[in-house]
Write a protein that binds this ligand. Structure first.
Ligand SMILES: [Zn+2]
Length: 316
């Protein structure tokens, strides 16, 4: 008989939830976050779930110290449910949905999803591509008024209409994706992004004249010209990156309805993460969730910067 994915004990039981996270973040046993000790670390008898004490430095800690879950009053098993929901729905899951399913307040759900997007951000991943590999690049515009799309390179519109925000994406064929919110689609921005995210020698294809800019930097490539009705010329096309944009737009329009420019990069992290860890690449739901959980480490400071603008960030 098939078993529900949500029937695992760590989705319902705090002790099992801590054991699950500890097995992912501490594969060699508990590590003291203050002094780094692996030795003489003992569970605190009668303490809260998952609490340990470090013999050498006397510090008490749990596995969530130094992660985006630290200082959260939400039970860990609910966090694990939220990770599962966000990682398994192709178009994302809104804070309203998380709020209704988990039974937490909307505000708490909002902070949870924002922290999880932080966990999905690719901090220091290796660049895309390599010899014999192909990366497609393209830009699109999200949010704002649709009719402003063609009003100019800056996406600016008339009067008080909100302009669309430019998003530049790089997608490796049969591989991962990166998406960046750029202030403006210009040669300097794109060159900087390509040099940072793509290995030299990678073939770059696009539907614009962008690839010609990168030839001098060691990236062979070519482009098709949609304006002339050309969409595919042998291997030269941008169907892969357009497929990524289609998922991104369906998610942002259908699930999130409205994404402010301030938070756009977090949503781009979320969509790039799911795409880069998709089942077509052999990554199944459980593994995708575990990858996201490994990403909760070391992101807390990043989150705190945001928390600085919103003092209540650390209380939910
Ligand atoms: Zn210690």
């Amino acid at each position: 008989m098939a078993t529900s994915a949500l029937s695992a004990p760590f989705f319902h039981d705090e002790t099992a939830a801590y054991a699950k996270l500890e097995s992912l973040l501490w594969p060699h046993g508990p590590v003291c976050p203050r002094c780094g000790s692996l030795d003489r670390i003992t569970p605190v008898k009668g303490g809260r779930t998952g609490l340990y004490r470090c013999g050498p430095c006397k510090r008490q800690f749990t596995v969530t110290v130094g992660t985006v879950f630290e200082s959260s009053h939400v039970k860990l098993h609910l966090w694990l449910q939220a990770v599962h929901l966000l990682c398994t729905s192709k178009k994302g899951m809104s804070s309203h949905q998380i709020h209704r399913i988990l039974g937490v307040t909307y505000k708490t759900a909002w902070f949870m999803t924002m922290r999880l997007r932080e966990a999905m951000a690719d901090g220091a991943l290796p660049p895309l591509g390599g010899e014999g590999k192909t990366v497609e690049i393209d830009e699109t515009y999200v949010g704002g008024q649709a009719k402003n799309r063609h009003l100019g390179r800056r996406g600016g519109g008339k009067g008080r209409e909100r302009p669309k925000a430019p998003v530049f994406a790089l997608v490796e064929r049969s591989g991962k994706a990166r998406a960046v919110h750029v202030p403006e689609v210009d040669g300097r921005n794109l060159r900087e992004i390509v040099l940072r995210h793509v290995t030299t020698g990678t073939t770059i294809y696009s539907d614009s004249n962008h690839p010609t800019r990168f030839a001098a930097h060691g990236f062979p490539g070519g482009s098709v010209n949609h304006k002339d009705g050309e969409y595919v010329r042998g291997d030269v096309h941008s169907n892969t990156v357009e497929g990524f944009f289609a998922i991104l737009k369906r998610g942002i329009i259908g699930t999130y309805h409205h994404v402010s420019e301030e938070h756009l990069h977090r949503y781009l992290s979320e969509f790039s993460f799911r795409y880069s860890n998709r089942s077509a690449l052999g990554v199944e739901d459980a593994e995708r969730g575990e990858t996201a959980l490994r990403g909760i480490v070391g992101k807390r400071l990043t989150y705190r910067r945001t928390g600085g603008e919103r003092p209540e960030a650390q209380t939910h």
